[in-house]
Design a protein. Structure first.
Length: 332
């Protein structure tokens, strides 16, 4: 490893997370980090002090802003229209580029930065929660960038202004607007804490949910759902609201598979919390990957189910070790 690589490589994990938050795409994040490193290599003569490498690299990573100008905003199911009728078939899929993607929690394991402090507005784990990343996508690219650079990356007002090629007053004004807009979507920052259990699905609840699917017990599945549960199914724009409607949808679509106990599950860590990979048994002895569910909880029940099926949107999860098949016909 040469001197330049030794200088920038420790920042790779944090840059990848930054690009993921900016773009809402785990699939594109590594590409943006590679582009950042290539541009940094060409501009290495502009780095006057190695101690400022973090701010310097994040300034170059604003290539994400250019990228955002070329593509539609990525959304979460309930943002694209009214809830669907559970008696209808799911709508045809739309392009993957329109949908928010999950990210493996292993991305959080990058080397900590000695400048991280407990006083940071958002912890690294909180800042990759799917609800937070989804909320970021409604901000303008500049609002998104300034909020992340200040409240997550931890740059100063002056460093942020330099990174975005604007004045400090302009950066501060943009930050204020971004914080207000984000709080309207996510709630007060003081309440936004997965570490305290807000939104997190604990292992006991997850295991009850997974066991119910494997046993083909629809009543047990429904019993762990919150009254106000939502179910989205990207890349289909169809989403459902309320336990009664989700129950009807599952009954209409999955009764036979449940009766035949064709589902197998595995715990997956995505977006800083627990979720479940689902596998469906066909005619062979293996169960093939069916979907990844990223889950949120409220009052001890599952409140949000983001049901991802697109191979493209899940590429980072497969690369991180999520299995494509599991044993299917063993007794459960």
């Amino acid at each position: 490893m040469n001197a330049f690589e030794a200088l920038v490589e420790p920042h790779r994990a944090r840059l990848r997370l930054h690009c993921y938050r900016m773009l809402g795409s785990s699939h594109d994040s590594d590409d943006m980090v590679q582009e950042t490193f290539l541009r940094a290599l060409r501009a290495r003569h502009t780095l006057q002090d190695p101690a400022t490498a973090r701010a310097w690299l994040h300034r170059i990573a604003n290539v994400c802003i250019d990228e955002l100008a070329k593509r539609p905003r990525r959304a979460r199911g309930p943002e694209v229209g009214p809830a669907a009728d559970p008696d209808l078939l799911p709508a045809a899929r739309t392009p993957d580029a329109e949908w928010l993607e999950p990210a493996p929690s292993s991305w959080l394991s990058g080397a900590p930065d000695e400048r991280d402090t407990p006083a940071a507005q958002y912890t690294i784990k909180e800042s990759v929660a799917l609800a937070f990343v989804a909320a970021l996508q409604v901000l303008t690219p500049s609002q998104r960038a300034v909020l992340l650079l200040r409240d997550v990356v931890g740059l100063s007002a002056a460093e942020t202004a330099e990174a975005l090629a604007c004045s400090v007053s302009s950066a501060n004004s943009t930050l204020h607007r971004a914080r207000v807009a984000l709080e309207q979507r996510v709630g007060p920052r003081a309440d936004w804490s997965p570490e305290e259990g807000a939104g997190s699905v604990d292992r006991a609840l997850l295991e009850r949910y997974m066991r119910a699917w494997e046993k083909g017990d629809l009543d047990a599945v429904i019993a762990v759902l919150h009254d106000d549960v939502t179910l989205s199914m990207p890349p289909s724009p169809t989403w459902l609201s309320g336990r009664a409607n989700v129950t009807r949808f599952f009954t209409n679509r999955l009764t036979q598979a449940l009766r035949e106990r064709r589902f197998r599950t595995a715990v997956i860590e995505a977006n800083g919390s627990l979720g479940a990979a689902f596998y469906r048994i066909g005619d062979g002895r293996e169960a093939a990957f069916f979907a990844l569910q990223v889950l949120e909880a409220k009052n001890g029940h599952i409140r949000v189910i983001d049901h991802f099926t697109s191979e493209t949107s899940l590429a980072a999860l497969f690369e991180a070790g999520m299995a494509r098949t599991v044993g299917g016909l063993e007794a459960t």
